[in-house]
Design a protein around this ligand. Structure first.
Ligand SMILES: Cc1cc2nc3c(=O)[nH]c(=O)nc-3n(C[C@H](O)[C@H](O)[C@H](O)COP(=O)(O)OP(=O)(O)OC[C@H]3O[C@@H](n4cnc5c(N)ncnc54)[C@H](O)[C@@H]3O)c2cc1C
Length: 484
């Protein structure tokens, strides 16, 4: 898609001044000048920076912004937004760039607002178990800061994402089964709206009935309604005791049935993750392991020593009843890491199965009672399709990913993969599930959201038009402004 700036006409303001023969009517030229007045050398049009900020890990074609800026405060973000709004230039907020559905691609060019330099931990209240951070603070940075106080922030999407990005994609990950997703863990947000107002969506009270829930409107909005500059989150005390376990199964159905029974019995499991045989094989090759090549559960338990021992005993029995073999577990740090190594490396191990491939990530989620059928049907479909697709599941939540590994030169294979994905989403929706459990919509899943939510999408369009009347906030993501 065409960019507002369709060539590299301008000199990077970091290295030099803006080209003197720049046409004054060019909106980007005026924007670059105005942004440089506010941010000085924290404005760049260098090709490398634009490319880096306009390409994610997905198979969606990249689209580069015209300019990248690095604000350090809410006030600076507000000034950036006002300049862009005044000149009618699109804005794309950027956290750590780890999203997987073309979320950060600048489909219409414009200004990428990179929040990585907004990396201050504003306050921690151990007595209230909450903290406020600037949007660019990463999950690992926050947890490192909290460790000495015996606290941690539980949402863990695997990648070292920013809290602003995680809030914006409504991220979750391996321990959502115990601690919830960003929806449950974000208490309040400071946001610069598309028109340049600064608002706080809530105070720090644990509950509130004060009006529309704007926090949850911006959680999952993917930068299409405003720029989050501060995030207030719930914290947890580091558990007294943690154990990890791994168990291989005879069949996929037996594996999932063990998960369902564990959840239905109310075992407060911290993590329960599934790898299918192809994914286990990939991890063995990538990490030099020798796990049995079979459907396998990776489990984590936390709580008091006694509670953990009871949980382990219960789950070990459930696993055995469903064909689980060789249940192994460990409580010390090294032993736990060793058991979970395969799970931690799953994404990169999957990619390494087919060097040079491009990866189409899928992300359906269904009610737990439907997981067994949905997953076994999907596995049969995968085999019939002749596609390469290791499966990883946050199965305690009914969420699983088939990572389709595609030859970028093979158009026919791509078509087969898209048809498979279409069937996968249709199957999830038929089971009252969703096309995306945690990755979000970006530009990749817009049509599936329309399929999933039908007339409700019209209300989303109305919200988008009301909050961003000129359509400048991350255009082309989450909803199409006009029905297809
Ligand atoms: C190996 C790997 C494993 C992953 N596993 C998981 C997983 O288990 N669970 C999961 O949920 N995700 C997972 N992801 C996806 C990714 O980590 C999440 O989507 C994450 O929340 C993105 O955060 P980010 O800071 O990288 O945001 P970015 O990618 O920079 O941005 C994501 C979206 O949020 C918007 N945005 C970013 N910051 C702001 C802000 N301050 N204000 C407004 N909008 C903003 C952007 O415009 C964009 O639309 C994985 C990714 C990788 C690479």
């Amino acid at each position: 898609m065409a960019s507002v700036l369709d060539s590299d006409r301008f000199v990077c303001p970091v290295c030099s001044v803006v080209s003197p023969d720049m046409p004054s009517s060019d909106p980007i030229a005026s924007v670059v000048a105005a942004l440089s007045d506010v941010l000085g050398d924290r404005v760049t049009t260098s090709a490398a920076a634009r490319e880096h900020h306009g390409d994610d890990l997905s198979f969606h074609p990249g689209a580069h912004p015209d300019v990248v800026v690095f604000p350090r405060s809410t006030d600076e973000v507000q000034q950036v937004v006002k300049i862009c709004a005044q000149h009618g230039v699109p804005m794309i907020p950027y956290g750590a760039g780890t999203s997987l559905e073309g979320h950060i691609h600048a489909l219409h060019g414009g200004v990428c607002i990179d929040l990585q330099q907004m990396n201050k931990i504003v306050r921690v209240s151990p007595e209230d178990l909450d903290a406020t951070v600037q949007a660019g603070v990463t999950r690992e940075q926050l947890n490192h800061h909290l460790h000495d106080q015996g606290l941690f922030f539980p949402v863990d999407p695997g990648a070292n994402a920013s809290l602003g990005g995680m809030a914006s994609t409504r991220a979750s990950g391996t321990n959502a089964v115990r601690y919830g997703t960003m929806r449950e863990n974000v208490m309040a947000l400071r946001v610069v709206t598309a028109t340049g107002e600064v608002i706080d969506t809530a105070r720090r009270a644990r509950k509130s009935s004060a009006g529309y829930d704007l926090t949850r409107l911006f959680v999952g909005a993917e930068g299409t309604l405003g720029v989050i500059t501060e995030v207030t989150v719930r914290l947890q005390g580091i558990p007294e005791h943690i154990s990890a376990a791994v168990c291989a199964f005879e069949t996929l159905r037996g594996t999932v049935d063990a998960v369902i029974e564990t959840i239905q019995l109310g075992v407060p499991i911290a993590r329960i993750e599934l790898l299918d045989p192809l994914q286990v094989d990939a991890c063995n090759r990538h990490c030099g392991l020798d796990n049995p090549v079979a459907p396998t559960l990776f489990l984590e338990f936390d709580g008091s020593e006694r509670s953990v021992a009871e949980q382990v005993e219960t789950v070990q029995r459930i696993c055995a009843e469903h064909g689980g073999q060789g249940f192994r577990w460990a409580s010390d740090h090294m032993g736990r890491d060793e058991l979970w190594k395969a799970r931690h490396q799953a994404y990169w191990a999957g990619l390494a199965l087919r060097p040079g491939c491009s990866a189409m990530t899928t992300d359906v989620c269904v009610p737990i009672s439907r997981l067994s059928d949905c997953l076994t049907e999907t596995h049969a479909d995968l085999e019939a399709s002749g596609l390469y697709g290791p499966v990883v599941g946050h199965v305690g939540d009914g969420n699983f990913h088939v990572l389709l590994l595609l030859d970028p030169e093979d158009a026919e294979e791509r078509q087969r993969a898209e048809a498979f994905h279409e069937r996968l989403v249709t199957r999830a929706l038929a089971n009252d599930g969703t096309c995306t459990g945690e990755h979000g919509v970006g530009c990749g899943k817009i049509r599936y959201v329309e399929q999933e939510l039908g007339p409700a999408v019209e209300l989303m369009r109305a919200i988008k038009r009301a909050l961003d009347p000129d359509g400048l906030m991350n255009p082309g993501k989450v909803v199409r402004l006009e029905p297809a």
